[in-house]
Design a protein around this ligand. Structure first.
Ligand code: GLC
Length: 739
């Protein structure tokens, strides 16, 4: 009891702004004991801790080091950092506060390109692959796996949770994100964040906000109408935060409506804290802070990475000077440090500190990556059921994509390095944002293992004539097409090099040609009409070769569905020429992806939500009811084919004519089901009321007009079943509304 009473006194002291008294020894003893005393909420424990801290100790928490020596900018990492990592914030040993060891990122434990020793880690498939599963449980499992590896390596902050909307199909970082729809992206990344944090480490939601392209990311001023912003990029972050409860958020490099994201009171205080009630701390992206008092007063809590080696905005000198000039209030310092401490308490960093000595179960982790990849591979086209590969296939030609060595991955800070070696070393760029890394999981080797009785030959594709000759002699041709994408660049909407021409040549040599794509996002397919089958495997991760082979042979029935629209041509995009530069007005607003294609009446190459199976699913008895808890849709899903399989059931909704919606319909919900042939299940999908509303700045808040709302079960955004309409009354929800 005495301990609890003491704690309450400590808290009371802090809350009353009193300083605790007592001899230094007792304070030292008291403070370390305090860190281990787990009574009280994270906020209360943080307040009690603050009362023990000197000003210098509070400032320690607000500035981070880069976790790697970085010669060009003369950065030298602190000895206590984990070499080759993203970041490090010193701890306060006398108080039992550990350092914050920060690692990238959302696809696995990354190593910086300049790392002396890369950490071998298990790469998940890319963000779009996990989004294509339409399965938050798989996303959670992937997050749990990479968070476990991060903890084993001694990291307690993972910079994953990247959830920028696929607004620009050429964005070089689309491979890190989860596609074009706020609900799907928010649900998938929210689950990933929760999975990471199940290991008692902090995960981060990023890059907040509107960092939807890499062109001019550091200086670009991206302009968007607030209502559209609230119903697109911000709704995506809102849904991810509600589902994942990230301990931290990373503000982005770019400006939003004229203010740096890390200096925006609207983003960092009004939306994140006042409207969404989020209790974490905001860290800057690496070099994204541009001021001391303006950033701190806007809601930035910690400057990341480059800080202490250069003219640090949140270094002790600048913060102390700002306090002395009255630009910063001491209470603001307590607020900033308190948020960081509360997150550290909330996510176990203090109570269950990392040791860096954890074991990694490589086989189990690779199985998680493979299951994610297999569920995310999308069968886009399969005329004449060319796939799965017939058991009796005698000769198969495999061509291109370094398929004899491995599978491609994306570049930049999220780069995960596999156990073993880069399967295809030396590809340019070898320096930042490279190197180009292929995971050592060869589709060719995997196919040969699964088809021992089949002759399978390989040609690199470097010599198209030789490839065509090999193709002519085969029963079936599998040609791989790759597109390398990366942080810090945007990429053309096509395969790299002369691969389109290679596919043309091979398809002309043998009409039984299957194309397997490994891309960071959508690509144009000028050859789509010349081949009977197309598979999108994304960046399939550490076990990608095995996953691709299992899908092609039918060992696994494909169940992925597109989390993004594949355009037929550039002129279908809101901004056909090239990614917007400098001062970019996103005039399309919330009309992103399939919403744009619907609103403009455009026919895509492949629509959002599209994905074929080796079996067939049918939907029936759709019913939509309004309950006290909101609108719920139920329907029966039946596997009407011959094989077991999984299906991503989609529910779309259309509003009355005067609704003010940004597009004819929205994704209102989804569910992933697994069924044996001939079996059925009843699915229930609850609809978030914000998806039936528009953001009305005059309220402000969410506003639904009364009238008939039509719900449809669908296999894709362009393959909807018969709609069911219900009358819904007007409804208003405050910005603080939570499910
Ligand atoms: C990078 C990225 C960010 C990453 C950070 C640390 O510039 O924008 O996603 O987490 O720096 O590497």
């Amino acid at each position: 009891m005495a301990r609890v009473a003491k704690r309450k006194a400590a808290i009371a002291g802090v809350l009353m702004g009193m300083a605790l008294s007592g001899p230094a020894a007792a304070q030292v003893a008291a403070s370390v004991t305090l860190a281990r005393d787990t009574t009280g909420s994270p906020a209360e424990r943080a307040a009690a801790m603050l009362a023990q801290m000197t000003q210098a100790e509070k400032l320690t928490l607000l500035e981070g080091y880069f976790g790697t020596d970085f010669a060009p900018a003369n950065f030298t990492m602190p000895p206590a950092a984990r070499e080759g990592s993203a970041g490090y914030v010193p701890g306060i040993p006398r108080l039992g506060i550990p350092p914050q060891w920060q690692t990238d990122a959302g696809l696995g434990v990354a190593s910086q390109g300049g790392a002396k020793q890369k950490r071998a880690a298990t790469a998940l498939p890319s963000g779009p692959a996990t989004a294509a599963t339409f399965d938050p449980e798989l996303a959670y499992a992937g997050g749990r796996m990479i968070g476990r590896e991060a903890r084993a390596y001694g990291f307690n902050v993972m910079l994953g949770g990247a959830v920028n909307l696929l607004r620009e199909p050429r964005n070089g970082r689309n491979f890190e994100y989860a596609g074009e729809d706020p609900l799907l992206a928010g649900a998938i990344v929210g689950a990933e964040i929760a999975g990471v944090q199940s290991n008692r480490v902090i995960s981060t939601v990023k890059h907040y906000a509107l960092n939807d392209q890499e062109t001019d990311r550091g200086t670009g001023n991206f302009i968007i109408d607030e209502a559209a912003f609230r119903m697109s990029d911000l709704l995506t972050f809102e849904l991810a935060i509600e589902r994942g409860h990230p301990g931290s958020a990373m503000c982005a490099y770019n400006l939003v409506n004229g203010l740096h994201a890390c200096e925006s009171p609207f983003l960092l205080t009004d939306v994140l804290r006042r409207d969404w009630g989020w209790h974490g701390y905001v860290m800057s992206d690496w070099g994204a802070a541009h001021s001391t008092a303006a950033s701190a007063n806007a809601g930035l809590d910690q400057e990341s990475g480059f800080g202490l080696q250069s003219d640090a905005w949140f270094g002790p000198d600048k913060l102390t000077a700002a306090l002395a000039k009255g630009e910063l209030d001491p209470a603001r310092i307590d607020l900033m440090a308190g948020r960081i401490l509360a997150a550290m308490f909330a996510h176990g960093l203090i109570d269950d500190p990392v040791t860096g000595t954890g074991a990694i179960d490589v086989a189990a982790n690779q199985a998680v990556a493979q299951a994610d990849a297999e569920a995310g591979i999308v069968l886009l086209k399969n005329d004449g059921n060319r796939l799965p590969i017939a058991a009796g296939a005698k000769r198969i030609a495999v061509i291109g994509g370094h398929a004899d060595k491995g599978v491609i991955s994306g570049g930049g800070s999220s780069q995960v390095y596999p156990d073993g070696e880069n399967a295809v070393p030396g590809l340019k760029p070898t320096g930042w944002p490279g190197p180009v890394v292929f995971n050592p999981s060869s589709p060719l080797d995997a196919l040969r293992k699964l088809l021992p009785g089949t002759r399978i030959d390989y040609a690199s594709g470097d010599d198209p004539a030789a490839a065509a000759k090999l193709a002519r002699g085969a029963d079936l041709v599998i040609v791989f097409g790759t597109q390398w994408a990366s942080e810090s660049i945007d990429v053309p909407l096509h395969l790299d090099g002369a691969q389109d021409a290679l596919i043309d040549t091979v398809a002309a040599a043998n009409r039984n040609t299957v194309v397997v794509l490994q891309t960071g996002g959508p690509v144009l397919m000028p050859w789509a009409g010349k081949v009977p089958a197309i598979v999108e495997a994304w960046y399939p991760g550490r076990m990608g070769g095995a996953a691709i082979a299992n899908i092609l042979t039918g060992k696994i029935n494909p169940s992925g569905h597109l989390p993004m629209t594949f355009p037929r041509s550039l002129d279908q995009l809101p901004y056909p020429g090239e990614p917007r530069k400098k001062e970019a007005t996103y005039s399309e607003g919330a009309t992103v992806g399939y919403k744009w294609f619907d609103a403009k009446g455009l026919s895509p190459q492949f629509p959002f939500g599209h994905g074929l199976s080796y079996t067939r699913f049918t939907y029936s008895d759709l019913a939509v009811t309004r309950t006290d808890a909101g609108v719920v849709a139920t329907l029966t899903v039946t596997n009407s084919g011959e094989r077991a399989g999984a299906d991503a059931v989609q529910l779309y909704v259309s509003a009355p004519p005067d609704s003010g919606w940004e597009a004819p319909k929205r994704l209102a919900g989804f569910a992933k089901v697994v069924l044996w042939p001939g079996h059925s299940t009843r699915v229930s999908i609850a609809v978030d009321p914000r998806l039936l509303s528009v953001w009305d700045t005059s309220v402000p808040g969410w506003s639904r007009v009364p009238g008939g709302y039509t719900f449809s079960a669908a296999h894709s955004s362009r393959d909807l079943g018969k709609g069911v309409s219900i009358q819904l009354p007007a409804e208003r929800l405050s910005p603080q509304w939570r499910p």
